[in-house]
Write a new protein. Sequence first.
Length: 272
Amino acid sequence: MWFPPALIDLPNVAPVTLPEADRPSWLFWILMGPCASGWLVAYGLAIYRAKLDKRVGIPVFVVEVNLAWEFTLSLILDQADVQRPINLSWFLVDCFILRQTLAYGWKDYPGMSRRAFRWMVFGVIAWSAVFHIMTTYELKDATGIYTGTGLNVFLSLSFIFMLNRRGSSLGQSMYVALAKGIGSFFAGWTVLVMYPGHHLFIFLFLTVWTIDAAYCVLLYRTVREEGRSPWAWNRGPAEVPDDPGGPAPAGAPHHEEREEEREAAVRGAASG
């Protein structure tokens, strides 16, 4: 044929069908321990920061997709006996973070009513749950490794989008960023040890690590530009003039109160 041959031939055996590598259990837990600890610390510090700033510390998209992933892989889909209780534990943590998301997350969407925001949150959770179920079933991905690894790229990007949308460090801290980065770093090595022949995972986690490092740098610069120390543990919230959740002028109703008044007026008009 006149057309040049392809540069890359497809494998005879699809890597997705290759089983998990045989590795000692101690190696798995050495890597998984820091991974779980990093994310647990990141969650705890993000919850603490959200209480101080009244802004979510975990992006709304991350909360929605994580909650759906852990719900489906603990209560819906078949999993290893040791993995299901772990996923369920993370699901319960996500439920607590969801409460903060419903309380503060609407502030990142000033053009959306709180009712519409709640519909969006639960709608994305429902869609994500169906997506996880269908993808896991289609690939026979018993560990949820493909959906979990693929989504990690977009979860890391969400932190940069959140920082850019707010234009400030509200709800964020360097400690959360570093703890999340550590968790993702060891998560990547855990996956690469389990599936050494899956080159897609190498590409995805190199992407995740690059994005996490970029987020740390951008957040550090943002806090410094605000005239504060990035490492201050109890630094006050950044003052943002157009922050919808910020302090209202004396005698003026808070944004949340105004939103509730508008919703009450709409309900009253509908009932009238």
